[in-house]
Design a protein around this ligand. Structure first.
Ligand code: KG4
Ligand code: ZN
Length: 353
């Protein structure tokens, strides 16, 4: 018996305004809950999992355990901060995938139970779609773009160029063949002795370093795809060689190494996105994902807008990394479309657009 979808027929007849949506995100190592009222964020809480720092990366089993501990207090606090009662919620939106299965299971099981307990519809959300639609959140800073646009998801797990025809009509036209861009920042940063995640540290050091001091090789990959593993290996070989000559090489050159690495990554990213805009004839590009707050990326894309004749859109910092506000935002868009899910649907580690 599919109770949720049977119930959704009833919901179809009664879209309630204003609409309060609870979003729940647990795809990786952040447990997040957010309440939106008609696309406006009333609360957006994120519990970060410090435990992974000592391992230099996310440990899936530890991530799911931490989600288990965090989910009830985080959801409770999000509802309290929104200054509403849980009975005012009109729907529960949750991340169905992609992500770590154990982590997704915590959020999905909790969301299903809560939707049944409150007798409100359940809405499934694709995490990557949510990153691309995050900038539609009312207070997201940038003016809103129009469709179609080129979406770019850049995070610890993804590097994708997406042709976004409409809210829920998206097609991947380019992606990394190996490492993700955030992973490249994190792994190269680890070689420099920087804490996990290293991306923000590299960004910070880059601001005071010379980006032209070192040259690293760029990949030669056809079409709109990316490859970062060659850069990572080249970077590792180079610093090992220099360290053999000088023990203090990294500490003496840290800022310049960071700035030169960041410039190389930014240029690799930039070239393919310009190519994607030329190939599709679309001159709007929207960024999403943890890496889209990188100052080098923002600067490069903003600086070249008039030269290359395009417009770039970056979400506000708090909506770039994994957050439940973007999940609730997609939940709101789907709610208005009567697009409800069922408790029969299981979490998906790999989840297509
Ligand atoms: O989207 P996100 O929070 O989580 C997922 O991977 O899904 O992205 C995290 C990634 C990490 O690799 C982190 O190093 C990177 O975003 N990151 C940055 C910056 N801030 C976060 N990378 C470069 N520059 C930054 N300022
Ligand atoms: Zn993400």
């Amino acid at each position: 018996l599919d109770r949720s979808s049977a119930a959704s027929d009833v919901y179809k007849r009664q879209i309630i305004v204003p609409t309060y949506i609870l979003g729940i995100e647990s795809s990786c190592d952040d447990t997040s809950a957010s309440v939106l009222c008609d696309g406006k964020v009333l609360s957006n809480l994120i519990a970060n999992q410090e435990i992974h720092k000592s391992f230099g990366g996310v440990v899936p089993e530890l991530a799911s355990r931490a989600h288990q501990q965090n989910i009830i207090p985080v959801v409770n606090q999000a509802i309290l901060n929104a200054n509403i009662d849980k009975n005012q919620l009109n729907a529960i939106a949750y991340t169905r995938g992609p992500g770590l299965l154990g982590s997704l299971l915590v959020g999905s099981s909790f969301s299903k139970s809560l939707s049944m307990g409150l007798n409100v519809p359940l809405i499934e959300v694709n995490h990557m779609q949510a990153h691309l639609l995050a900038h539609f959140i009312e207070d997201c800073g940038d003016e809103k773009t129009t469709f179609p646009f080129i979406g770019v998801t850049i995070s610890g797990g993804h590097t994708q160029i997406v042709f976004v025809k409409n809210y829920f009509d998206m097609e991947i036209i380019g992606e990394t063949l190996d490492d993700a861009i955030g992973e490249t920042f994190d792994k190269c940063g680890k070689m420099l002795g920087l804490p996990y995640p290293a991306g923000p540290h590299i960004d910070k050091h880059s601001k005071v370093g010379n980006p032209n001091k070192f040259k690293f090789t760029k990949p030669r990959v056809g079409g709109l795809n990316y490859s970062f593993s060659g850069l990572k290996t080249g970077f590792m070989r180079y610093i090992q060689k220099e360290k053999n000559n000088n023990d203090n090489f990294i500490s003496a050159e840290l800022k310049n190494l960071c700035a030169s690495l960041q410039l190389t990554i930014v240029e690799i990213l930039y070239e393919k996105i310009i190519l994607a805009m030329k190939q599709t004839g679309i001159n709007r590009v929207v960024f999403g994902g943890g890496v889209s707050c990188n100052s080098g990326i923002i600067e490069k894309f903003k600086q070249n807008e008039n030269i290359e004749n395009y417009k770039s859109y970056f979400p506000k910092f708090e909506y770039t990394t994994d957050n439940a506000a973007m999940i609730a935002m997609v939940g709101y868009l789907k709610y208005k479309n009567n697009d409800f899910s069922s408790i029969e649907k299981s979490a998906q580690a790999r989840f297509k657009y």
